[in-house]
Design a binder for this molecule. Structure first.
Ligand SMILES: Cc1cc2nc3c(=O)[nH]c(=O)nc-3n(C[C@H](O)[C@H](O)[C@H](O)COP(=O)(O)OP(=O)(O)OC[C@H]3O[C@@H](n4cnc5c(N)ncnc54)[C@H](O)[C@@H]3O)c2cc1C
Length: 328
């Protein structure tokens, strides 16, 4: 992954007071369709800047990006298994999990009422309490990768065991608290391959959206061994940001690489449509430009800027044509 690819697809993390990566871009250097090298920022070619910082590379090639950054920092990570009901009850409000933590996310294990929560908060640099290497290896390599790979292979071979395996997995990850550099807390090895779709919905819609997914799974008998990940982000003003002018929750659904995924992901997509969900630009989804135009108030402006910047479609491809419309 590259910085340019990450910002061009609207990549985000989790944190109610934090926007996605594209919202941290303060300037770009772009190679245009005509071969010129131009600078764009909020003060210089501001409309081009909007689509250059999040636009799937549709208005030019990012040669350099200036990002707003902060000094390196440490986080206290508190990871705990909770009941899903407890998470949803304490999610919102001034002292709720989302607002009271710098970074909060949770994973819901389908076919169970169990969740795994992660709360990460900034601490002074001298307040260190690192994880013992053996514990880190057991959690991050053995349980999250080796055992998770084995349970996915097991459920792929014996689908009906999925609910029991998920219940086991939800309990296997035990509580832990540690302090480390942010880049150590935020990153984790992921060796089990999967397919993923992620939708941004209004923050208040998390509970009803998960309830609808749960109802659909129960009514169809679809079995999903992968947890559903839920994250949060602040509203921003980036024209094509999934968080555009909306306090957002991100609901990501996954299916193990060896299993059929289309029926599940399409069902979740239909559910997300009911909450005006906006799909992640860099993950699976089936929306087209007509539908996306209804979800992004500045969509027509994006098309206008693109038509001027790249009138012959130098930077387009099938996916970009589908989601942003053909160049006109
Ligand atoms: C392991 C993994 C973890 C992930 N975690 C997250 C996550 O936590 N949060 C999240 O939101 N997403 C996440 N994603 C998805 C992520 O947003 C994108 O898949 C990824 O960042 C795209 O970057 P890339 O360098 O692979 O870009 P590519 O797939 O190569 O390109 C993506 C888009 O960017 C454009 N692009 C690439 N380079 C340039 C350039 N120089 N100039 C102009 N346009 C360019 C391409 O044309 C394309 O449209 C994850 C993906 C992976 C594989």
């Amino acid at each position: 992954q590259t910085i340019a690819g990450a910002i061009s697809t609207g990549t985000h993390g989790t944190g109610a007071r934090l926007g996605g990566l594209a919202s941290q871009v303060v300037g770009v250097r772009l190679v245009t369709a005509q071969g010129d090298v131009v600078e764009a920022s909020p003060d210089e070619r501001p409309e081009l800047f909007e689509v250059a910082r999040l636009g799937l590379g549709s208005v030019g090639l990012l040669a350099a990006v200036t990002l707003h950054v902060v000094p390196a920092f440490h986080l206290r990570a508190v990871e705990e298994p909770w009941s899903l009901d407890a998470v949803l009850e304490r999610l919102t409000g001034a002292d709720g999990l989302v607002d009271a933590n710098d970074h909060f996310e949770f994973y819901w294990f389908p076919h169970t009422r169990r969740a795994f929560t992660k709360r990460n908060n900034r601490v002074p640099d001298d307040d260190l309490e690192p994880l013992r290497p053996v514990r880190a290896w057991v959690d991050d390599e053995l349980l999250s990768n080796a055992v998770f790979a084995a349970t996915n292979r097991l459920t792929a071979a014996a689908r009906r065991l999925t609910p029991q395996v998920n219940a086991f997995a939800a309990r296997a990850l035990s509580a832990r608290t540690y302090t480390a550099a942010s880049y150590e807390v935020f990153t984790s090895p992921r060796r089990v391959r999967f397919r993923e779709m992620e939708y941004a919905i209004p923050r208040d819609a998390v509970s009803p959206a998960l309830a609808e997914i749960e109802r659909w799974l129960a009514s169809t008998g679809e079995l999903v061994p992968f947890p559903v990940e839920v994250r949060f982000a602040a509203p921003d003003d980036v024209w094509l940001s999934t968080g555009y002018q909306r306090e957002s929750a991100y609901v990501a659904v996954h299916q193990y690489i060896g299993l059929p995924y289309v029926r599940y992901l399409r069902a979740v997509e239909r559910i997300m449509a009911g909450f005006d969900g906006r799909p992640h630009w860099g993950k699976l989804h089936w929306l087209d430009a007509d539908r996306l135009a209804q979800l992004y108030p500045r969509f027509a402006d994006v098309q206008r800027v693109r038509a001027t910047a790249d009138p012959t479609g130098v930077f387009t491809n099938d996916y970009v044509d589908r989601v942003l419309g053909p160049v006109r």
